[in-house]
Design a protein around this ligand. Structure first.
Ligand SMILES: *Cc1c(COP(=O)(O)O)cnc(C)c1O
Length: 387
């Protein structure tokens, strides 16, 4: 058995940057104060959170008070969707989103439908991108929220966020984007993108898991989804995750500083991998637009194969990849994102996602390119759907 350990699942989570880890360490030790207390150690923690908030606000181009720290991407999405919908009920009950959102957006929307809200799930084009003109057509007098993810976590397609944002601004409709997959890669200036709400988390940008933020533009009506203390302007009560907040700020600023050169490197590796898989394996298809996609995302459907079987074989060869999303792995339902591209159930089962990262080298990719065709050949030989 091979002993290579190749991690190609950076869309699921990234390893923590050692500098981020170092920055967080004191808060697991001597800096244990509760930021809501008045004595020195508490005030120090409060001050450190404020410094992190200001640092993040500079990156987003917003006011520090517009940042609400949460427990991660899921909570931020829930807070944005449930919090804005419920706070604006008097104005209308229509919400627009897409059918390729993360479940952290889709499931709160479904919960809202049970509360009487009406949700439009916009279909995407076959390239995995939503057409802003169609979003415009879907807007109604009673639309109170639009939520479109910045880039998709499975197929990596980048949505026309600024265009949709401009449209929302004109109509005075709060616009939310889930930016978990892009915070380390693409520009996230909230004014240039015309955003009212934005979700970011730490675990996808070489920071800690279990921390996130929701940007909420001043003046946006939002209500909490939890009740308790007065932290985070009472929008998100509970003692702050001080270490996480410090780590998130560090990770975000590091990622944004180095992103241009790293993106160029990743795009080259990504396109090489896509091209070579297409040449070395028959009956494959790239999922999502070839150009308007995250620099690190390779998502390919391989016909006559069951995705989970491929993953297990790759794991035995020391390669960590994903089929569908991490959240759907383990269940037999095919990915809702691949299905949204118009693929059949069988095809959707055979999709595989490699997401590259800082540690990925061409050598790693060459290794995968060497073992993958053999795995496919073996699996196709025993596949009941193979022709
Ligand atoms: C990972 C992810 C989430 C969930 O974030 P958690 O921090 O795991 O709660 C939400 N949306 C997208 C697009 C993601 O990639």
């Amino acid at each position: 058995m091979e002993t290579n350990k190749i991690y190609m699942d950076h869309a699921a989570t990234t390893p923590m940057d050692p500098e981020v880890y170092e920055a967080m360490k004191p808060y697991f030790g001597p800096e244990y104060g509760n930021p809501s207390t008045i004595y020195e150690i508490g005030q120090k923690a409060r001050n450190d959170i404020q410094i992190a908030r200001v640092e993040i606000a500079e990156i987003l181009g917003c006011y520090p008070e517009e940042i609400i720290f949460t427990s991660g991407g899921t909570e931020s999405d829930n807070l944005a969707i449930l919090g804005v919908a419920r706070a604006n009920k008097h104005k209308g009950n229509h919400i627009i989103t897409t059918n390729i959102e993360h479940h952290a957006v889709l499931h709160p929307c479904e919960a809202l439908e049970k509360e009487g809200f009406d949700v439009t799930y916009m279909p995407v084009e076959p390239n995995g991108i939503v057409d802003p003109a169609k979003v415009k057509e879907a807007v109604r007098e009673d639309t109170i929220l639009i939520s479109v993810m910045y880039a998709n976590n499975e197929i990596g397609t980048i949505q026309p966020i600024a265009k949709i944002g401009r449209l929302c601004k004109k109509r005075g409709i709060p616009f939310h984007t889930d930016a978990c997959q892009v915070a380390g890669t693409l520009p996230i200036n909230v004014d240039r993108l015309h955003l009212d709400l934005m979700t970011i988390n730490g675990g996808k940008i070489y920071g800690p898991k279990g921390i996130g933020l929701l940007y909420v533009r001043q003046g946006v009506n939002i209500q909490p989804i939890m009740y308790g203390g007065e932290q985070e302007k009472r929008i998100r009560p509970g003692t702050e995750n001080v270490a996480g907040i410090i780590g998130l700020a560090k990770a975000l600023s590091k990622a944004q500083q180095g992103r241009n050169t790293e993106n160029e490197r990743l795009i080259e590796l990504r396109d090489y991998m896509i091209r070579e898989i297409g040449e070395r394996i028959s009956k494959t298809k790239l999922n999502g637009d070839a150009k308007l996609r995250l620099p690190n995302n390779v998502n390919i459907t391989i016909s006559d194969i069951e995705g989970e079987a491929m993953l297990l074989r790759l794991d035995m060869m020391g390669v960590a990849a994903s089929s569908g999303s991490a959240c759907t792995s383990g269940s037999l339902d095919p990915s809702h994102v691949i299905l949204a591209l118009g693929e059949s159930y069988e095809k959707a089962h055979g999709s595989i996602r490699f997401t590259l990262g800082k540690s990925t080298t061409k050598k790693d990719i060459d290794y995968v390119l060497e073992v993958l065709p053999k795995i496919i050949e073996d699996l196709r030989a025993i596949s009941p759907v193979s022709l």
